[in-house]
Write a protein that binds this ligand. Structure first.
Ligand SMILES: Cc1ncc(COP(=O)(O)O)c(C=O)c1O
Length: 372
């Protein structure tokens, strides 16, 4: 039996009736833009994360763009970003005319470190975007300490990490802004695009609310140029059904990751590296379970042939992307990220995976790597 990388239908089926009811509720009111359902989700996300304010937006990308706009990042500013992340982390900076400054990630966690960030600070640096990759928080205490020393804004890219914890603190609540994505493949996913910005600062939250409506306040009066960054009520309704289940889904992923860890440790396959959990991580939510092997391309082809879903996150670090050639990045600049790009392969870890499916995944990997 094929094992997909993610089986969204397995999550949907038990919730089908509740989701249909949430849809119907919104349809009955015909309030599709903003309104009580979006406000309800914002309150739910505040309660879940412990953030003081949450502002629903149209995607994780728009969460980053809105945060950067409100932070006042503009042409000529530099924003430090890890080179090993989804494109949106840097694309959002570039779209505002600012310069993404790429730094390498740690060899083990693949998250950015304070030391790497500090080495990249210049007089033009205005903000830092640490990414909590695959559902594990970056080491935020030293990052916040250096940000305060250099007077920099910290925007957490927690797109993959809602519910992840660092020393008991929630992803997204440690920086000045926390950005979440509700893209369907995230641990909390909607039926299209959606996102959220959280902050503990009331004035910042008010500005975020204005910027997501073209900077309008009062209506049709614009002190700022924002955008249409609104979250649909239909998506918010679905997310309100799902959020109470999120912790159980996280637990399922954590249990699957622990099961894989044990199974692979027993097999002791040559050159296979398992995900590293940092000492500061009090909860990894395993949006991805990412393996490393020097035989990655061979393993990927083998899993594909065996019907096991897998994906490379990410095949090319951002400093080497063609669209960023103007910044002069070259191979060798960020060796940890480049090695990860050559060796990484994510395997299925979604909560509904059965033991038979996990066994099938492990056996497919064993039968490939035992021969190398
Ligand atoms: C690290 C990271 N940042 C930003 C985003 C952008 O989120 P969205 O796809 O909701 O725009 C994603 C989503 O894939 C992501 O993984």
């Amino acid at each position: 039996m094929p094992v997909p990388l993610l089986d969204l239908k397995a999550q949907y089926l038990p919730l089908k009736d509740e989701i249909a009811a949430a849809f119907t509720d919104v349809c009955e009111t015909q309030r599709f833009i903003m309104g009580p359902v979006v406000e309800g989700l914002e309150a739910d996300v505040c309660a879940y994360t412990g953030a003081s304010h949450a502002v629903g937006v149209s995607s994780g990308t728009d969460a980053l763009v809105a945060a950067l706009m409100v932070a006042g990042v503009r042409a000529g500013d530099e924003v430090i970003v890890p080179t090993y992340t989804f494109f949106a982390t840097a694309g959002s900076v570039y779209r505002l005319g600012a310069t993404p400054v790429f730094v390498d990630v740690e060899a083990d966690t693949l998250n950015v470190s304070a030391a790497a960030i500090e080495a990249a600070i210049t007089s033009k640096t205005r903000a830092i975007i640490p990414v909590h990759l695959f559902g594990q928080c970056a080491d935020m205490d030293p990052i916040m300490e250096l940000a305060s020393r250099h007077d920099l804004i910290v925007i957490e890219d927690a797109a993959q990490a809602i519910g992840a914890e660092y020393k008991g603190r929630q992803a997204g609540t440690m920086g000045h802004y926390g950005c979440f994505s509700f893209f369907p493949s995230k641990n909390l996913g909607c039926f299209g695009d959606g996102g959220m910005v959280v902050t503990n600062d009331t004035a910042t939250a008010t500005l975020l609310q204005q910027y997501r409506m073209h900077g309008s306040y009062p209506k049709y009066y614009h002190k700022h140029v924002g955008g249409n960054f609104r979250l649909d009520a239909l998506q918010a309704g679905i997310l309100r059904v799902k959020l109470p289940r999120l912790d159980a889904w996280h637990q399922g992923r954590v249990a699957n990751a622990a099961w894989y860890d044990e199974a692979f440790a027993e097999l002791d396959l040559q050159g296979l590296a398992l995900p590293t959990v940092a000492a500061t991580t009090t909860r990894h939510i395993f949006n991805q379970y990412n393996l490393r092997t020097p035989h990655r391309d061979r393993l990927q082809a083998h899993l594909k042939a065996a019907g096991v879903g897998c994906e490379i996150y990410y095949p090319l670090p951002l400093h080497l992307q063609e669209c960023f050639a103007e910044f002069g990045g070259k191979p060798g600049d960020c060796p940890n990220a480049e090695a990860a790009a050559a060796e990484s392969l994510a395997i299925p870890v979604y909560p509904e995976l059965t033991i038979e499916q996990r066994s099938e995944v492990v056996e497919a990997i064993r039968s490939c790597l035992a021969q190398v």
